[in-house]
Design a protein around this ligand. Structure first.
Ligand code: ATP
Length: 320
């Protein structure tokens, strides 16, 4: 029988992690469970940074960005000895189950812990939306809104100077942020893993826009695919468009979570407690499918690849 549950946040921080933490803790307390937090992700777990919390701990955090229990990366968690140390810490505190909020890497770590007899549930929290077992992660909606706010502002200035703006966004393995932002902004171009750069097509289009005296052009690029400064120089040479680069960087991680992320966090957080208290459930990963909250065995979930949204790519091409 489960009496004590701990929760941690791990990997890159994402807006909505606090709202999820709140939901997990409150749903657990509602069921009469002793609730614990672990600071600094899996590293804090190995070090025993574990603290019992009550409802007051969750006051006024639903709208706060980042994660109040902090996050960390611990590459050494791939070492079975380190995993064993983490499992021993939970056993020392007599904690029966663990909720981990993070991305695919975090879920792999949780899966290793589950093999030590700890019941775990993973909740997808990462801005990139790159988790295979869910259609949406906590943090994606807020990050997308932040990107759009930045691009709206950039449009004002690039339109005033008839410029082309190259905007680098996060998502090195998954172009969802780039593609959704391109759709939401009506961008003239998007370059990401699912929609690679075709220089001749891009230059032809920009030359045509320049000839038509269009006020500005917006091109969105996923991080780490190419050097946007080199591309900007090439665009100037080949099209005559005065071109500037903007790297949005960690700004995309910050800010108060959107209402959509808060609601998703609440639904997933409450679900994690329901799953942990169900004796018939093994360790699971929570996700969204067709608007419904779903859960999958952890072994299955960690082997799923994020499905690229080919429909979205076609829509972007059609509307550009
Ligand atoms: P994000 O997508 O936001 O970066 P993430 O959870 O995928 O989130 P990672 O840095 O990949 O972020 O993983 C977080 C932590 O999970 C790592 O620092 C490490 O402690 C653990 N981890 C990652 N990969 C593995 C793995 N293959 N086996 C065991 N533990 C892992």
């Amino acid at each position: 029988m489960i009496r004590k549950i701990a929760v941690l946040t791990s990997g890159g921080d994402a807006p909505g992690m606090n709202a999820c933490l709140r939901a997990v803790i409150r749903a657990g307390l509602y069921q009469g469970i002793d609730m614990y937090v672990i600071y600094d992700g899996l590293r804090g777990l190995v070090e025993g940074q574990i603290k019992q919390v009550n409802k007051d701990f969750t006051q006024d955090i639903i709208n706060r960005g980042g994660t109040i229990i902090r996050s960390a990366r611990l590459p050494e968690f791939k070492d079975p000895i380190v995993v064993e140390r983490a499992a021993d810490q939970l056993k020392d505190f007599e904690i029966d189950a663990l909720v981990g909020i993070g991305g695919d890497g975090t879920f792999r770590g949780l899966n290793d812990l589950a093999k030590h007899g700890i019941k775990v549930v993973g909740i997808p929290g990462t801005i990139d939306n790159d988790v295979g077992s869910t259609e949406q992660t906590i943090g994606f909606s807020t990050a997308l809104n932040t990107i759009c706010e930045c691009i709206d502002k950039l449009k004002d200035t690039s339109g005033s100077h008839q410029r082309c703006s190259l905007i680098e966004v996060m998502g090195r393995h998954c172009g969802d942020l780039a593609m959704y932002a391109a759709l939401a902004e009506g961008a003239e171009g998007v370059i990401c893993v699912e929609h690679p750069l075709k220089e001749d097509v891009l230059f032809r289009k920009l030359r045509k826009m320049k000839a038509q005296n269009k006020s500005h052009a917006i091109i969105i690029v996923s991080e780490n695919l190419l050097d946007i400064h080199d591309l900007a120089k090439k665009i100037e040479e080949k099209t005559g468009f005065d071109t500037r680069t903007e790297v949005l960087g960690r700004l995309q991680r910050g800010g108060s979570p959107s209402a959509e992320d808060r609601v998703l966090a609440a639904r997933m957080g409450a679900k994690s407690i329901e799953l942990l208290l169900n004796d018939k459930c093994d360790s699971r990963i929570i996700g969204v499918k067709g608007g419904q909250i779903v859960d999958l065995p952890i072994e299955e979930a960690v082997n799923m690849k994020h499905e690229h949204t080919h429909g979205l790519r076609d829509l972007i091409d059609m509307l550009q």
